[in-house]
Design a protein around this ligand. Structure first.
Ligand code: CMC
Length: 433
């Protein structure tokens, strides 16, 4: 029997009860479908920041923030992190199943073939100051891709979709590396078709014409892990942005460019840069973590423990657990003794014992330890959020595609409760106070 919820409204003495259907997901998550609320009652629902609102049904990622579970297409991220590659996980997210050997090889070849950016695009980099934040460049460049591939602007052009997906996954990596090279005044390193997805990226980032660059397979492995762990996180701020922009039937390049902008914010993907800057500040200040825990609790200060807390996780973020142990391993292997890792561990320990963090169920999130690994590999801190964007790409693409393929999709258009002036007269300029 269809479960329902009853809502009784007492409107000026008149009582009205309506019945609303309950929707149940495959993991038994329940929602009250309020789609007919306004038609039946004239009322709308109010839920600022979507704290209680599911904006869509989705079959891509399952997340249980109470239990600390995260699965892509049903497969736990712990398993994917150990056994998969970023390319395979991207296929899984976007196409809904693990690829067989032929499908994987076809997909990888497509990514390899589409790694170059148009030569004219290289000149765009000259227009930016060397101090430009690479997230600003990334978003602008991804949007610019739509001008080189105008056939992707028509979202009904289904034949184009696979090639557009491959172009994005492949070229964003090239754009990211080129923006770094530009910022340090080194020549661009072109993609090499013989290299793996992550090996190619490392080569474009760190090789110079003057000497050979050796790709360290342990670094390739940890980079794959980080990209996999960032690959999707259901309806987060940037993914919801991509869906909202895409719901206007906006092309994939433009929708992803908007997602990149949303990700840049320090409360979202920008937190990974902020975490390392915070750890550096604690280090420079003598390393007293209690002082910063105290500051984070002080409601008169704007300071928050960056890399801590999450809208959905009220338990340890499973991604943070995997990243923290990967950080220990790769730093040991590279022989790096980064004082920031030790500070991060002490900060975590202090916060997790503090009643403020315990009561609010604030735990380290995905951004807390990732920057320590990126630093060890050699990425500057302003590239950290770009790496998050590279990782999140398949998730954004999968959500855009899922939405476009759903015949029930409508343009996203929230309502509001107006709290401004009621109708009033226009006062001529010379009569105004
Ligand atoms: N440090 C200190 N206090 C915090 C923190 C923090 N990092 N996070 C939350 N709180 C407090 C907050 O002040 C509030 O306290 P009170 O109940 O006294 O008003 C309570 O905890 C609930 O926080 P909220 O801001 O209402 O929670 P939210 O769900 O709106 O925000 C968040 C989630 C991630 C934006 C927030 O925890 C935060 O600002 N964290 C730091 C930034 C960060 O690490 N962002 C990355 C998020 S994970 C990856 C991603 O999505 O990109």
């Amino acid at each position: 029997m269809q479960q329902t919820a009853k809502l009784t409204l007492n409107d000026g003495g008149t009582e009205k009860t309506i019945e609303l259907p309950v929707v149940t997901g495959t993991e038994n998550e329940k929602a009250i479908d309020i789609g007919s609320l306004r038609t039946q009652t004239g009322y709308v629902s109010l839920d600022p920041a979507f704290v209680n609102t599911a904006s869509t049904k989705s079959a891509i990622t399952f997340l249980d923030g109470e239990k600390g579970i995260l699965r892509y297409r049903g497969i736990p991220i712990e398993v994917l992190g150990e056994k998969s590659t970023f390319v395979e996980t991207s296929y899984l997210l976007i196409y809904g199943k693990l690829p067989n050997r032929v499908e994987l090889s076809k997909f990888s070849t497509l990514l390899t073939r589409h790694s170059l950016i148009h030569e004219d695009m290289k000149r765009f980099f000259d227009g930016y100051p060397s101090t430009a934040h690479p997230m600003a460049i990334l978003s602008a460049m991804v949007l610019s891709l739509s001008s080189f591939y105008p056939e992707a602007i028509d979202v009904n052009n289904h034949e184009q979709i696979d090639i557009t997906i491959a172009r994005l996954l492949s070229k964003v990596r090239t754009i990211a590396a080129f923006s770094y090279k530009k910022s340090i005044g080194q020549p661009f390193a072109y993609p090499q078709n013989s290299l793996s997805y992550c090996g190619n990226f490392l080569n474009m980032m760190f090789s110079v014409p003057a000497e050979p660059y050796e790709i360290d397979e342990d670094i390739v492995k940890v980079l794959n892990l980080l990209l996999i762990l960032h690959a999707d996180h259901e309806q987060n701020c940037s993914t919801s942005t991509v869906r909202l922009v895409g719901s206007a039937r906006t092309n994939l390049f433009a929708s992803i460019a908007a997602g990149i902008c949303a990700l840049w914010g320090p409360l979202h993907g920008g937190a990974n840069q902020e975490v390392v800057e915070m750890l550096e500040a604690i280090h420079a200040d003598g390393g007293d973590v209690q002082k910063f825990v105290k500051l984070a609790k002080d409601k008169t200060s704007n300071f928050r423990l960056m890399g801590f807390g999450h809208r959905v996780y009220k338990n340890y973020d499973p991604r943070a657990r995997l990243i923290s142990s990967a950080a220990e391993k790769i730093l040991t292997k590279l022989g790096i003794n980064d004082p920031l890792l030790e500070i991060a561990k002490r900060l975590e320990e202090a916060a997790l014992k503090d009643p403020y963090f315990v009561d609010r169920r604030l735990y380290p999130n995905v951004d807390f330890y990732s920057g320590i690994i990126y630093r060890a590999i050699g990425f500057p801190s302003n590239m950290f959020t770009v790496l998050f964007a590279l990782g999140r790409l398949p998730g954004w693409i999968a959500h855009w595609k899922e939405m476009m393929e759903d015949p029930s999709t409508k343009i996203g258009r929230p309502r509001q409760i107006y709290t401004g002036e009621v109708e009033r007269a226009y006062t001529p300029l010379d009569e105004r106070a």
